[in-house]
Design a protein around this ligand. Structure first.
Ligand code: NAD
Ligand code: ZN
Length: 337
């Protein structure tokens, strides 16, 4: 139950899909740091409690509701989970992550306000489905938030990433950050400096293709060395803590971009005159679009993106949450029913 800090395994009737919906047999559901925030009571007032967590879902189509086209029973799919009104131009373009009505909706996404995928089955709108054929379901699940959010955060500064000799800093090499390094490696010829407080995460950063992996204390010197005396063109902050934001702005180049993805509660002071480098851009990306989800699934299908996963039986979800909370996990935890 959200607020109690603990999840509870309960028995439910299998839900029936309504018009335009399908029921999926869940094959895998990823565990996100945001799930810990929900369990700790970080829920919107608009959300009806309790609900089933799980916004990173890979499943097999089991039952079709009426009026569903283009999907067959047996298809292996992933779910584009961000909620939108479904009617505005952004929603029509598959950008439900940036629907103007987000704050008034009953959920932030499937598994964030309404029942999600940490279950045997889940009912979702057919328009949310993206084919994940040919991709390991455990891998596929991680692509729907850890992969998608990283992909969207990266695509938003393509202009800087395609500059010659671009240097990128990735702070926080957990579920999202390690996939960000993999996507940067697969799609851009940038140099990557990875920063984390944990040795195991730094080791993973190296395996994912980071050129340098250092603790926060060594980051500024590492960036200066890699960037030939200047700062980083782009800093992705997957922690969003006070210390990581301070580091991010300290290593950013003039007219660079700071991309804050993590929700660690750090506060950035914006003032002119002030200490922030001249000309910088600030972006606060949220999740990603349906088209971008197809893009990141395609990278995995081609073998260009290899998430590091640890699987847990669904019945041991609490152990997965505890290991994530205690900083014992490397890569992404995935629950398998
Ligand atoms: P995670 O726990 O798997 O990874 C976080 C990593 O950051 C860990 O390796 C940790 O050691 C490292 N870290 C923590 N504080 C640090 C610091 N001060 N300096 C350097 N490294 C530090 O978490 P995750 O699931 O990858 O999620 C990361 C963050 O992104 C969370 O805050 C989560 O809520 C948020 N999130 C945002 C979005 C979005 O759309 N913007 C989507 C999903 C998750
Ligand atoms: Zn909308």
């Amino acid at each position: 139950m959200a607020g109690s800090g603990r999840a509870e395994l309960v028995d439910h009737e299998s839900p029936e899909p309504g018009p335009g919906e399908v029921r999926l047999d869940v094959l895998a559901a990823g565990v996100c740091h945001s799930d810990l925030a929900v369990l700790a009571g970080g829920v919107s007032r608009a959300w009806a409690l309790p609900f089933t967590l799980g916004h990173e879902i890979c499943g097999r189509v089991a039952v079709l509701g009426s009026d569903v086209e283009g999907v067959d029973v047996g298809d292996q799919v992933v779910v584009h989970a961000p909620y939108g009104c479904g009617r505005c131009r952004r929603c029509e373009r598959g950008q439900t992550n940036y629907c103007d009505d987000r704050d008034r909706l009953p959920a932030a996404g499937i598994g964030l306000g309404v029942d999600g995928g940490m279950a045997d089955s889940v009912v979702v709108g057919a328009e949310r489905l993206v084919s994940a054929s040919g991709v390991d379901p455990v891998v596929a699940a991680t692509l729907t938030d850890a992969g998608l959010t990283s992909f969207h955060a990266i695509e938003g500064c393509r202009d800087l990433l395609t500059e010659p000799d671009a240097v990128v800093v990735v702070i926080g090499v957990g579920g999202l950050g390690h996939l960000a390094i993999g996507i940067l490696r697969a799609c851009y010829g940038v140099q990557v400096v990875a920063v984390d407080t944990r040795d195991a995460a730094l080791e993973l950063a190296g395996e994912c293709g980071a050129d340098v992996a250092v603790g926060p204390g060594g980051a500024a010197a590492a960036v200066t060395a890699v960037a030939g005396g200047r700062g980083a063109d782009v800093v992705f902050d997957f922690a969003g803590a006070q210390s990581s934001l301070e580091l991010a702005t300290a290593v950013l180049r003039t007219a660079g971009e700071l991309v804050v993805v993590g929700s660690g509660g750090g506060v950035l002071r914006v003032a002119k005159p002030g200490v922030l480098p001249a000309g910088i851009r600030l972006r606060l990306p949220f999740w990603g679009s349906r088209t971008e989800l197809s893009g990141v699934v395609e990278l995995a299908r081609q073998g260009a993106l290899r998430p590091r996963t640890t699987t847990f039986p669904l019945t041991e979800a609490d152990r997965a949450f505890a290991e994530l909370r205690d900083g014992k996990l490397v890569g992404r935890a995935v629950l398998v029913p």
